[in-house]
Design a protein around this ligand. Sequence first.
Ligand code: SF4
Length: 206
Amino acid sequence: MKKAMTISYEIEDKLYLNITNKCPCNCAFCIRNNGDTAYGSDPLWLDHQPNEEEIIENLSSRELDSYKEIIFCGYGEPTCEFDLMKKTAAHIRSVSKTPIRVNTNGLGSVINKRDIAPEFKGLFDTVSISLNASDAEAYDKVTRPSFKNVNSFEEMLDFAKKVSAYVPDTMLTVVDIIGEEEIKKSQAIADSIGIRLRVREYIDEE
Ligand code: SF4
């Protein structure tokens, strides 16, 4: 495993932020299973957990207004470092008008042991939540969360519903390799809570 301090990396016209490698899941589709990088980036396994100063210093070398979007994503679940995520977003807001998105597993309220949805207000423009599967059993099989006695699928949907009241754009996502039948069922779930579904192309980097 190669390690570096790749706190931010560019893919086309977007800037991605890799603020933590922590995650309570072990998803079958996780890009971390395919190598050390994402779409040609430098290694995304961090030497150590960066602090606010290190992240802001890293961002100061970027022309933040030049990106179409700035996205919390990377090799980990950003809400595992929720305070850092909010402070970073507030900093970006103070120096740039570029829209900010969070790609999340939607389990941030379980991770932080409180309802974090209201705290997204004013800081994030888009929240993209991995739906991954159309029922709790399939979800647990795919995402393999480490929580005990938690219905992670229901928690993720509950977060999606709640956060949609605080951000302009909320979406659920699945990868296309789950098959047409699962995609149809996922669409029905997204419709039932009034959130759009995005079907992403699965890219195996190897
Ligand atoms: S939630 Fe995201 S970072 Fe965590 S294992 Fe799943 S895909 Fe990987």
